[in-house]
Design a binder for this molecule. Sequence first.
Ligand code: ARG
Ligand code: ZN
Length: 872
Amino acid sequence: MKDPAPKSTHLTDYTSPAWRVPKVSLCFELEPEETRVTAMLCVEHVDGHPQRDLVLFGEELVLESLSQNGEPLDSQYYELTKDGLVIRDLDESCELEIVTRIHPKRNTALSGLYISEGHFCTQCEAEGFRRITYFPDRPDVLSVYDVRIEADEKRYPVLLSNGNPVAQGELDNGRHFAHWHDPFPKPSYLFALVAGDLACHSDQFVTASGRTVDLRLYVQAHNLDQCSFAMQALKKSMRWDEQAFGREYDLDIFMIVAVDDFNMGAMENKGLNIFNSKCVLASPQTATDDDFIMIESIIAHEYFHNWSGNRVTCRDWFQLSLKEGLTVFRDQEFTADQTLPGVKRIQDVQRLRNLQFPEDAGPMSHPVRPQSYLEINNFYTMTIYEKGAEVVRMLQTLLGASLFRRGLDLYFDRHDGQAVTTDDFVKALEDASGRDLSLFRRWYDQAGTPVLEIQEGFDDSASEYHLSLRQHCPSTPGQDVKMPLHIPVSVALFAASGEKIPCGADAAIETTLELTEQQQTFVFKDVHEPPVLSLLRGFSAPVIVRDQHRPETLAFLMQHEDDAFSRWEAGQRFALNILLAWVADCQNDRQLLLDPRFSQAFAALLKDAQSHPALVAETMTLPSESYLGDQLSTIDVEAVHMARCTLMQQLGQQCFSTMVEIYEKTQGIAGFDALALGQRRLHNLCLTYLCASGESEAQDRALQHYHHAPDMTHTMGALRALIAQPGEVIHQCLGDFEQRWKDQPLVLDKWFSLQAMAPWPDSLERVQDLMRHPGFSLRNPNRVRAVLGSFTMANPLGFHAIDGQAYAFMAELILELDAINPQIAARLAGCFSRWRRFDAVRQNGQQQALQRILAQPSVSRDLYEIASRSLG
Ligand code: ARG
Ligand code: ZN
């Protein structure tokens, strides 16, 4: 390791900053191999703060000069440390000039100022600004920025930074400059700079109060035809935030830049969002329906950060969910409003269960507000984002929509321009609603997924139905003792007729129970028959429900339930029970026999295909292999795969003709409304089932589907349906796809990822082949995710092959990647974090891989933290 004992940062060690930096002026003299950064900081000591030294962070910087109020600072007044610069005996208030040099071209970590496809760009969250200049790079230091950029005019005609443009002009030697001013004080993580030869797609937006805002989307010229969807999404987001949350945009210009090399999805820099090009560029020829929806939600997410994150920001990185959980909640609500709320909710729950629940059940488990970290970049997790959003959603459920909205208004008004904590957020909701949320706050501090157990009783003579709820939470690393949480549990009761029985105040047919103790019994009066319980409607809390899930009840709910989530859930639970039984049957060489009640329910479901295509498609989608594995005491990748494929095969066979019918009726659907999206989804899904049936006719259909595909949604539909079985047809299609798209990296990524996920024999060799493809590069995060992310996360048969070769291969590769880009290496290393859930042979193989990683003397702090915590 670079640092023999990396020190963790603890929430309890937080101290407020000793110095303010109300103003910063930056001048960049851009050159790929040596950029000079002149930073002028107005610094003021905070009255009475015990610390006098000014601590500035810095990484990979060459210090050229340092002066106070125009006078060079004598070296006895400052000290260069391993993480920055400490300056002593400064005047209480002064101007500090710091000149540094950096090397953007060598910056392969893609944090700080770097070069992507010849353009300069930045990524500063969380701690990248310290790779640009020495600075108090912490989110509670807010400054007004003035930025001057100088660069060669031919190579870099477009020069951008945050805020509003102030001036631009010519300089000597073919250079030019631009000057930007951002009037809103902001933390350094929101700083951004872009310089390059970029084309611009522009538009305008008139805000609710009548101000005109220039909108600009900058891309490489050859991508100009893939911008209009993102621009529409931006305008929708701006309008929606005004209407749903009363939040208006605040600068004269809003810019989005697409870059090809980017560690994550996108970044909300003030007025200058920077996006992974994958999350902006789209046309029907190159992007699937799911890509479009993803793009719209990310555009919305980053835009919404302008209030939830930028105007009101985080005091420290332990509060990350303050902005991320809230902003994910906001983008979920936005998407729900654009499409079908029930379908959106189902998809969000799937994401949470497939990705966050396992995180919370393993060695990486941490609370929504963590207590400590080694490397903050490792904490951009499903827990901070998705569970954080669930916590906000529960608050909305508990307060009701209108008090919740009043609480958010108070939060934004009270804390505008401040750096605050999740406690401040909850306090604003308390103050606006008059509710006591002290118990609820435990959701922020307690890790792990709570489990709900239920017991029902019916008292005929008293006409009472009794529901006992009991909660417990398994211990998580560093948290053995768990306290009861405040859990909103939405319920409804059904009579045998399928009618709902009034169960809440004023004869409401749905009510939200508040579980606050370890165990509570709720009594429902005037219930004249034993009801069928519908629990956790809308997934009102991120918990696991342990129930008997009797087939009759599940079939009943699949038929009568009117809450989209709960109806879907009944189908999933039914399928899950069958699949789990089949896993045991596989392990014991028993035949896999399908419960006719399930086939009947499934067939009945297909009758709704015309009226609710999207919901039916969700219900037809069987639980994922990873979710199935999570339900087993020891993950058995082969049995899980076999059980799931067999269920698809049997359903495909039994419902063949109905599916052909649906498939044909949903042919040639155009448009982007919720109905059309649902129909196309169903169309593709039916094809997948038809292919799974094994009938040769289906393969021909899929081949036709591929060759006549009008857009990428259909093309990928054919490929996904065919990928389950290796063979002539899929190879022909893959070859054609490669020829067609070899010059469009984002499209080729689909080809990479599909093959890396294919459950065929020799997966590892295939992955190695893909890595030798001219379009592949370890330096590009999208390529790495497409091939290696897909392989490790979505190809359980291949990655967990019993010979352990994939484990060993990945360990070496992760180390190779670590030398290039520690953040990406650390992400990828997450593939080993569930090793304890496997059999002894696989445990051993993964443990060895982790040990191999930790044995590398030069391992980064990022990778070290993931590997060492995984090993436990
Ligand atoms: N704030 C960005 C977002 O909107 C993500 C930044 C992630 N940064 C990182 N270093 N992982 O979600
Ligand atoms: Zn975000």
